[in-house]
Design a protein around this ligand. Structure first.
Ligand SMILES: NC(=O)C1=CN([C@@H]2O[C@H](COP(=O)(O)OP(=O)(O)OC[C@H]3O[C@@H](n4cnc5c(N)ncnc54)[C@H](O)[C@@H]3O)[C@@H](O)[C@H]2O)C=CC1
Ligand SMILES: CC(=O)C(=O)O
Ligand SMILES: [Mg+2]
Length: 373
């Protein structure tokens, strides 16, 4: 199969969808890999490393989109990218379609087959291709939040861990999945006073058993969130309903409850965000203020630590890329029900129910698509 790896074009996005090690494995399996010049140079993966692994280096992304049967990326395709996709072409990357009607329509119009990293499942109920980036983003959320709490960033001027004689900051984490627990670990490590909320009692029980009294857990209801906001200096949004738009847990009115200069870090922004006042920001201009509350809403947080993130991501994606290349997508999805959950769009049809519902568009069941092909 001809497999293409374009350079990422989102703001300050230095990750790359495949390392030279991944290229080597695919070439050994008999595939041809096209890599755009400079695709990995931001993190020291040089064109000569890719060439030595057996890749063909290609100058322009347009040649990759024209020639490759499967495109491997990191971030969702930008308009200039999805306009180049075509029928019978396979796209494997993060998509986050539920909050993004323009991209959804772009993918439908292209006729391509698009498999989203973030909806591939595993047999423990997890999301194995989202998890590595959620680990990164959860840990970064505390770094970003601590920075935003500094006065010069518009924050309250609070040090997360406090000092002897002065209380630590209170951190509230909404969602106790992969982002949530990684954020909690970092915040506890810095000495903050941490409360975590989830709607899964089983998850709260598990976290209580793991961390004991160092981590306060609360069932997630609007009333409990309101009560916590009154004294929370940093709130991290880490909820997810897979495939769907994030529920809005903090409304604009609720911001009035918070101390001025408190910080919201909306990690769930890639699914539309869980604070009503959130909108997507970039690493170049990551924050904005609403009613005296600092908002940090970067949708590609792991891009800032692109070296760590590229290896963490590609460790997880490579086995799936190999299966898609070696078997073809139809057989690979038929053999692996978890990979099949990643299929979001095929030949103008939406195959992920949560995405179809988010946009009020028609849903085509996976079985129907697999049976027809
Ligand atoms: N901004 C960025 O750069 C990145 C964003 N993310 C995003 O972070 C979000 C969280 O991802 P993960 O932690 O991997 O998901 P996860 O599935 O591991 O955890 C989500 C948790 O949210 C809980 N939840 C659902 N509804 C809730 C509610 N109303 N109140 C409290 N908890 C609720 C679930 O029970 C679950 O425990 C996703 O939207 C993901 O795409 C992940 C990586 C990078
Ligand atoms: C998960 C995601 O959106 C990211 O890593 O950028
Ligand atoms: Mg996005």
């Amino acid at each position: 199969m001809d497999i293409g790896v374009p350079r990422e074009i989102k703001n300050h996005e230095y990750r790359v969808g495949m390392t030279p090690g991944g290229v080597k494995e695919l070439v050994r399996d008999g595939h041809h890999v096209l890599v755009q010049c400079g695709a990995g140079s931001g993190i020291g993966l040089l064109d000569e490393d890719y060439a030595a692994a057996g890749a063909e280096l290609v100058k322009d992304a347009s040649e990759i989109f024209a020639r490759a049967e499967m495109i491997i990326k990191v971030k969702e395709p930008q308009p200039e990218e999805y306009r180049q996709l075509r029928q019978d072409q396979l796209l494997f990357t993060y998509l986050h379609l539920a909050p993004d009607l323009a991209q959804t329509r772009g993918l439908l119009a292209s006729g391509c087959t698009a498999i989203a990293y973030e909806t591939v499942t595993d047999d423990q109920g997890g999301l194995p291709l989202l998890a590595p980036m959620s680990e990164v983003a959860g840990r970064m959320a505390v770094q970003a939040g601590a920075h935003c709490l500094e006065k010069a960033q518009g924050g309250r001027g609070v040090l997360l861990g406090g000092v002897p004689g002065v209380s630590p900051a209170r951190v509230l984490i909404l969602g106790g999945g992969v982002v949530g627990i990684n954020a909690a670990r970092m915040a506890m490590g810095l000495g903050a006073d941490v409360t975590l909320m989830d709607t899964s009692l089983a998850r709260l029980t598990e976290l209580d058993a793991l961390y004991g009294p160092r981590l306060k857990t609360l069932y997630s209801t609007a009333a409990n969130i309101e009560a916590e906001l009154v004294h929370s200096e940093l709130v991290i949004g880490a909820v997810l309903i897979p495939g769907a738009a994030a529920p809005k847990l903090v409304t604009r009115d609720m911001l009035q409850l918070m101390p001025k200069g408190a910080v919201l870090v909306d990690v769930a922004i890639d699914q539309g965000g869980c604070f009503e006042t959130s909108h997507i920001t970039t690493h170049q201009d990551p924050t904005f203020d609403v009613d005296g509350i600092v908002h940090y809403c970067v949708a590609n947080m792991p891009g800032a630590v692109a070296y760590t993130s590229t290896f963490a991501l590609t460790n997880a994606t490579l086995p799936f890329i190999k299966a898609l290349a070696n078997l073809g997508w139809q057989q690979a999805l038929q053999q692996d029900a978890h990979l099949a959950q990643g299929l979001n769009v095929h030949q103008g049809q939406i195959v992920c129910q949560a995405v179809a519902e988010a946009h009020n568009l028609e849903y085509t069941p996976l079985m129907q698509v697999l049976a027809a092909d």
